[in-house]
Design a protein around this ligand. Structure first.
Ligand code: BGC
Ligand code: BGC
Length: 817
């Protein structure tokens, strides 16, 4: 293991005690090119002096479009709306651009009613790799790819193109760029980070800000071609312990300054208008409540006069607060709460806290001033309603040829050639070419998370009609020069090919859903390796293209491949990579690979914290590694020792067995018995269990009670923290045999740090879906919390039935719907 060892930091759980002390003398100053203009400031003061307490509180709240109506924006004087990764107009994932624009108008008009303060509401969206919540948009490669291009000019052009597509649907603001410097590549957001190198993050982050907002102090700054950008997540998001999303950042103050802050100096230098607080904590203190960072460093020391916005209900994670009751965040320096579904509760609690003096008038006024300053700087007060602004309704911009060409350029420039044994590449197009692997033609895998939905699930080819998948690109290039392409997703071909191009990779994910315990790609499931091996055994050379959100341990696949390309998450124009694979007969100059690794590539699956500059730095491929087609490849046979990897705790019961460390106990007053997959009776015979079939052989467990009211069926686990899942609206999902008469009366409890909390009768309370065979029950995790469970330490769930009921369970898991 060659990981870097960090100096030990106090990783105690988040505490409420304010530990705000930073040694600001060691932090350089930052300098924004945006001077405060006296006229603007006077205007802000004039507006402020006319605002009521209600109007001020409303102005610092941001609600999700799924949880607010235009009427409510008017009534509560809401300052901003956002669409979260899963929210869209009318809840329609594939809403047309015109529906987005119409909704933008509706919110804007509501904020401009003559009987209100007439402060235009602004709409924020996660346009993090193009206008990615919209069907038909150009989906640019993710930031990890942009890191591989090393091309700041390209990144700036991508920022401008993204801004235009966002403008076409009437939004004002994007939550990008992410300036995280990922240190532990197990982190599920690694692909949102440009690089492990603070310098590269700083360069490309600055370029993205310029592209999105325009150049400060020029007429283009935040003109009709640009949108407000957000530097996120402040600070330390990429440095959390074990790469755990939203976790505790393990770094000294100097490391925060030199590594994690690098992007912020430059973004401020480009006139960034907003900065988002991080979900993470440092020395046990959550960033949303950290006055040292939000106020002393950012606003006082760096003199940032823009807006500090929160992350998705992130304020509610400050110990002792809740999503609807959290004066602490405002007091620490947050200016706008991202309060998707909690805005109304916050509105009420903040107003009474203002009266009681828990928050002071000056801090509230300062926050409102910052919101207004942002709106003035973004020219919102002088613009007509969204649909009447320049570029609004120019739907031809969405996914236009010029933007697609840019996305193609980025896909090409970010593909990193890692192996090219015997100069297998470039290929002659005039041969029989097999393309294998489902990923070759799967836009979901090619684009990754934050595409159409938060997790990037459910993406279809029809959603991006202008896209070119890898398969389509290979066909375009090879067939133009007389080649023959066969596509076999499983690698089973009809006619023997001369060469195979095998494409595989990670399934899409976002945020903590992508956290890993080791860097092993798909431990225990190497179907891709088997497919590659079959081709090799048939004497066919294999060119492998790997799609992933981070470097992963793929030694066995590398060994079997003649050439290997790390393409990361190349986006909707992935097909452009095909231009690099073939010797093109009519091309004036052959294209070559120029992509360079933005992250060090591990030789062992436990090299999580592998970063250039480490004292004992032994990567398989170092930071910056690249091969060109001219290079001779010297990669020898690699070891294939994988590591044991912990399973995903989100699945509790499946395939007829408890998963991971989950255990099933049958308990009655005489003691308990642990289920091992066979028939089992509790010590006093009050409850019994046996394997059962639910559409498949032995994929379920049947449990029956003997009318005693004292026996329980318990699923147990060492304490798990499910706060993040609850915050993101996850559910406990139970799939049962559809036997309502038998289940009738079955009760459920959740066991956590706060003891056993009774949730009530399964059949009465929760959302159910039925088929002839199954009954699916979904319980929002938030319900557990509101019933009093401690979601920082969930230990299990329990069922009992006072009658002689029975229950057949085929699946229990924690998931989105
Ligand atoms: C993410 C942010 C994102 C926000 C709004 C959060 O969960 O951490 O990066 O901007 O949601 O979707
Ligand atoms: C939202 C995302 C958000 C996430 C928070 C999801 O439900 O759609 O935008 O980032 O929750 O973790």
């Amino acid at each position: 293991m060659t990981s870097r060892t960090y100096p030990s930091a106090d990783a105690s759980p988040a505490t409420k005690s304010p530990n705000t002390h930073l040694n600001l003398d060691v932090w350089p100053k930052a300098s924004s090119p945006l001077a405060q203009d006296p006229e603007t400031e006077a205007r802000i003061e004039a507006i402020l002096s006319r605002m009521s307490a209600e109007q001020k509180v409303g102005q610092i709240l941001q609600a999700d479009i799924a949880s607010i109506t235009p009427e409510e924006v008017h009534k509560y004087h809401i300052g901003s709306v956002l669409n979260g990764g899963n929210s869209s107009p009318g809840g329609k994932m594939r809403a047309a651009p015109s529906e987005w624009l119409a909704l933008a108008d509706a919110f804007w008009e509501a904020s401009m009613q003559p009987d209100g303060p007439q402060i235009p509401v602004m709409w924020g969206t996660d346009a993090v790799h193009g206008h990615n919540n919209l069907t038909g948009a150009t989906i640019f490669p993710h930031n990890i790819n942009l890191g591989a291009t090393r091309d700041a000019n390209l990144v700036e052009r991508i920022g401008s193109a993204t801004a235009l597509e966002v403008r076409a649907t009437g939004m004002d603001w994007t939550f990008a760029p992410t300036l995280a410097v990922t240190r532990d590549d197990r982190w599920g957001r690694s692909y949102e980070s440009y690089s492990e190198s603070p310098d590269l993050v700083a360069d490309l982050g600055a370029a993205m800000v310029r592209g999105l907002q325009g150049r400060p102090n020029t007429p283009t700054f935040l003109d009709a071609d640009h949108v407000i950008a957000t530097a996120k997540h402040f600070i330390g998001d990429g440095g959390t312990q074990d790469g755990r999303d939203q976790g505790e950042t393990i770094a000294t103050e100097e490391e925060l300054r030199d590594v994690h802050a690098a992007g912020y100096y430059r973004a401020i230098g480009e006139g960034i208008l907003s900065i988002m607080a991080s979900f993470s904590s440092w020395k046990g203190q959550k960033m949303h409540g950290h006055k040292g960072f939000l106020t002393h460093l950012l606003k006082e020391h760096w003199e940032f006069d823009g807006l500090v916005v929160g992350d998705w209900n992130g304020h509610g994670q400050i110990p002792g607060t809740s999503t609807t009751n959290c004066p602490d965040a405002l007091n620490a320096g947050l200016d706008m709460y991202m309060a998707p579904d909690s805005w109304k509760g916050l509105y009420t609690s903040l107003l009474s806290q203002l009266q009681e003096g828990t928050i002071c008038q000056d801090r509230l006024d300062d926050a409102v001033r910052r919101v207004l300053r942002l709106k003035v700087r973004a020219r919102l007060f002088t613009q007509p309603k969204p649909s009447e602004r320049q570029h609004a309704g120019d739907y031809h911009l969405i996914g236009c040829q010029r933007h697609r060409d840019l996305a193609a350029e980025a896909a090409r420039k970010s593909a990193v050639l890692l192996k090219n044994a015997n100069r297998s590449l470039p290929l002659s197009p005039r041969q029989n070419i097999l393309v294998a692997g489902k990923a070759a033609d799967d836009l979901g895998i090619l684009c990754g998370g934050w595409t159409l939905s938060w997790q990037g699930e459910g993406v279809r080819k029809a959603d991006y009609p202008h896209a070119e998948t890898l398969l389509q690109g290979i066909k375009r290039v090879a067939e133009a020069d007389g080649g023959n392409v066969e596509y076999a997703p499983d690698g089973i071909y009809q006619s023997t090919p001369d060469v195979a191009i095998y494409v595989f990779g990670e399934k899409p994910y976002a945020e903590f859903r992508g956290d890993l315990t080791t860097l092993d790609f798909k431990p225990g499931n190497r179907t891709d390796l088997q497919a590659i091996r079959r081709l090799k055994e048939a004497g066919i050379p294999v060119i492998t293209i790997f799609l992933s959100g981070r470097p992963l341990w793929v030694n066995p696949e590398l060994n079997k491949s003649d050439a290997f390309i790390a393409a990361f998450l190349p986006g909707s124009q992935s097909g452009a990579i095909a231009d690099l694979l073939f010797r093109q007969e009519n091309a004036t100059a052959d294209l070559d690979f120029t992509g360079m690794l933005p992250f060090s590539w591990p030789e062992h699956a436990d090299q999580y914290l592998l970063n250039q500059g480490d004292t004992d730095y032994q990567p398989l491929f170092p930071y910056g590694f690249r091969l060109s087609l001219q290079d001779t490849c010297t990669l020898g046979q690699l070891h294939e020792n994988s590591l044991a990897t912990e399973p995903d705790h989100g699945t509790i019961f499946d395939h007829g067995a408890p998963q991971g460390s989950w255990e099933i106990l049958l308990t009655d007053p005489s003691g308990h018995a642990t289920w091992k997959g066979r028939s089992l009776v509790s010590p006093a015979a009050e409850i019994h269990a046996q394997p059962a079939d639910l559409g498949q052989q032995e994929n379920a467990i049947r449990v029956g009670w003997a009318r005693t009211n004292t026996a329980t069926l318990t699923f147990l686990h060492p304490p798990l923290d499910m706060t993040r899942e609850a915050n993101a609206d996850f559910y406990l999902k139970l799939v049962l045999a559809n036997l309502p008469d038998d289940i009738n009366g079955t009760q459920m409890s959740v066991i956590s740090g706060s003891g056993r909390i009774r949730m009530g009768d399964l059949l009465c309370m929760y959302r159910q879906e039925e088929t002839d065979l199954t009954l699916t029950i979904t319980i929002p995790l938030k319900k557990f919390a509101s019933a009093g469970a401690d979601l920082t330490s969930v230990k299990g769930i329990e069922f009992w039935n006072p009658g002689s009921g029975q229950i057949v369970i085929s699946h229990i898991g924690i998931s989105t719907l």
